[in-house]
Write a protein of this length. Structure first.
Length: 374
């Protein structure tokens, strides 16, 4: 089986990019970026909305948590674990992703996971983030919802106090589990709804369209929560699912959603609604299915006038590349200019599920930075 190591060895950058599956693009170097643009990105105040907390679980932390919780991992060391991250599509990625969660058993584990991500994000000048988590996978293992939410919530509070990064939490339904399981997770979470800002929909889209969760979204909205949904790229019925999310379920945001550029009608509806998209170019940055030439998602969405934000998705499984690295690669692959980056950053703050006054204050920090480097 092909691994990151064997893929990288002995190949030129151009040949590698032509051969790699989407998961491995992060391992190929971003070349030719203007050093001034690198500095600009590092200093840019940022948001992040499409990041799965469990997808930030680095191999080093897995070993530490396994030791604390008395678990044995089937890897000799961190390098061997990282070498096992071999995937070529969404289902093969998810198998690795869900298996990695097994070390998360106690409230302190979720605290450590969330605080580590927030510290990393803050170090890259993310000043506001809304993070996904997948409680059904933890409930299946007998972990209480209270332990999950309160561990993350304590980390959020401490990170804001110590690091200055503000955050909120989005409960995701695992769409390839049953609707009943998702409703049970929502019901278990509602006593803690003051610690949530929204609900989302993730995992394997095939055979699990958004309408499967219409009742869940309705109940969440009735309890004051926002709604978003993954519309992964190049899925079967992808445009139908985007339409359902956008028109029928009237979600507040769409995660991924790149195939929308293939439908001028849906683009027009999204623009009319002022819809924001949380795009993750590392894993879902190219359209390929059923078309003669690959299409760059970020560039095509921006050119269509859509409101794009950029996020890191599951960085621990994607060469440990967080938002700065993702943006640097997007500069190269999507031909982003400084004006593009500034617009993407503005979209991020405008997309925040925050009171208007709070968004205005965050936007002011962005504009102050942009003015200082003009």
């Amino acid at each position: 089986m092909i691994t990151r190591r064997t893929l990288m060895a002995g190949l030129t950058a151009a040949t590698t990019l032509a051969m790699l599956p989407r998961w491995a693009y992060a391992a190929a170097p971003a070349e030719g970026v203007d050093p001034a643009l690198v500095t600009f990105i590092k200093g840019l105040p940022k948001t992040e909305y499409h990041v799965h907390l469990e997808g930030t679980l680095e191999a080093e932390m897995k070993f530490a948590l396994a030791k604390r919780n008395g678990l044995n991992l089937p890897f000799a060391d961190v390098a061997a674990m990282k070498a096992s991250y071999q995937y070529h599509d969404l289902p093969s990625f998810l198998a690795i992703y869900y298996d990695g969660m097994k070390v998360l058993l106690r409230e302190q584990d979720f605290y450590d996971l969330a605080y580590a991500y927030l510290a990393k994000a803050a170090s890259q000048n993310v000043i506001y983030t809304e993070m996904f988590f997948d409680p059904q996978e933890h409930l299946k293992r007998g972990v209480a919802m209270e332990a999950v939410i309160m561990g993350i919530t304590r980390a959020r509070r401490d990170a804001e106090a110590k690091l200055g990064i503000r955050s909120q939490l989005i409960l995701c339904f695992v769409r390839d589990l049953t609707a009943e399981s998702a409703m049970a997770a929502l019901d278990a979470a509602l006593p803690f709804k003051q610690h949530l800002v929204g609900v989302g929909l993730d995992s394997d889209e095939a055979g699990h369209p958004p309408e499967k969760f219409a009742a869940h979204f309705a109940k969440a909205r009735a309890n004051g929560l926002h709604v978003t949904a993954h519309c992964d790229v190049d899925q079967v019925d992808t445009l139908k699912n985007i339409r359902t999310a956008l028109v029928d379920l009237k979600v507040d945001r769409i995660d991924h959603g790149g195939n929308i550029v293939q439908s001028p009608e849906l683009v027009a509806i999204a623009k009319q609604r002022g819809m924001y998209f949380t795009v993750c170019p590392t894993f879902s940055g190219t359209l390929r299915r059923g078309i003669a030439q690959p299409v760059d998602v970020v560039r095509s969405m921006l050119d269509a006038g859509l409101k794009v934000t950029i996020s890191s998705d599951d960085p621990a499984y994607m060469a440990s590349e967080y938002i700065n690295e993702v943006l640097l690669r997007a500069v190269s692959r999507s031909k982003l200019t400084r004006a593009d980056l500034a617009g993407i950053a503005r979209n991020g703050f405008e997309a925040a599920w925050l009171p208007a006054a709070d968004k205005t204050a965050l936007l002011a920090r962005l504009e102050a930075y942009l003015a200082s480097v003009a």
